[in-house]
Design a protein around this ligand. Structure first.
Ligand code: HEM
Length: 150
C-alpha cells in the first residue's frame, strides 16, 4: 500500500525533475539557430533587425535594448513574454518608452529605421531613462550592443 507521504514525495520529485529540464538554456543569442537564409547574429552585436526575433515567440529568449545596451530579460518573461504587460518591448529598443513611461507601440522606432538618438528627451525623461538603465544593469545580464549596422 503506497502511503500519502510517498505520493507527496513523488509529486515533489516530479516537479523538480521537470524544472531541471525546463531551466536548461534553450538558446543562445550568439548562436544562429535560424535557417541559413537568416543573417547570423555577430557575437554581442545587434541591429534592430537582428534583435527583433528575440521576442519570446520567434525565439524563447527575450532581449531588449536600453540606451544601446542589449539585456537578456528572459528571466522576466512574465513582464516581456507574449501576453505580458511589457511585451511590446521584447526584441526592441525600449529606451524611448522607458523614458516616457509608456509601453505603447508609438514609442518604438520601426526596425527598418535608424536608431533613436534620444536627443529630444526632456531632462526628466532622461533621468527616468537613466534610472531604468540602472535597474536593467543590476537585474539582467548584458549580452551585447545595439547599432545601426553590424
Ligand atoms: C498601470 C500602471 C502600472 C502598474 C500598476 C505597473 C506595475 C508594475 C509592477 C508591480 C512591477 C514589478 C515591480 C517589481 O519588480 O517588483 C512593474 C515593473 C515594471 N514596469 Fe510597470 N506598471 C505600470 C506601468 C508601467 C509603464 C507605463 C511602464 C512603461 C515604461 C512600465 C514599465 C515597467 C518595467 C520596465 C518594469 C520592470 C520589469 C523588470 O524588472 O524586468 N510600467 N510594474
Amino acid at each position: 500500500m503506497i502511503s500519502v507521504t510517498t505520493v507527496l514525495i513523488l509529486v515533489v520529485l516530479a516537479y523538480f525533475y521537470r524544472d531541471y529540464f525546463t531551466a536548461m538554456p534553450t538558446s543562445n543569442p550568439l548562436v544562429n539557430t535560424q535557417g541559413e537564409d537568416e543573417k547570423p547574429v555577430v557575437e554581442g552585436k545587434f541591429t534592430p533587425a537582428t534583435l527583433v526575433r528575440f521576442n519570446g515567440s520567434d525565439d524563447p529568449q527575450i532581449l531588449i535594448a536600453v540606451k544601446g545596451k542589449v539585456y537578456d530579460v528572459s528571466q522576466g518573461a512574465s513582464f516581456y513574454g507574449p501576453g505580458g504587460p511589457y511585451e511590446n518591448f521584447a526584441g526592441r529598443d525600449a529606451s524611448r518608452g522607458l523614458a516616457k513611461n509608456s509601453f505603447e507601440k508609438d514609442c518604438l522606432t520601426p526596425i527598418d529605421q535608424p536608431l533613436d538618438t534620444l536627443d529630444n528627451l526632456s531632462k526628466d525623461e532622461q533621468e527616468a531613462l537613466d534610472g531604468w538603465e540602472e535597474h536593467f544593469s543590476n537585474k539582467y545580464p548584458m549580452v551585447g550592443r545595439l547599432n545601426n549596422e553590424n
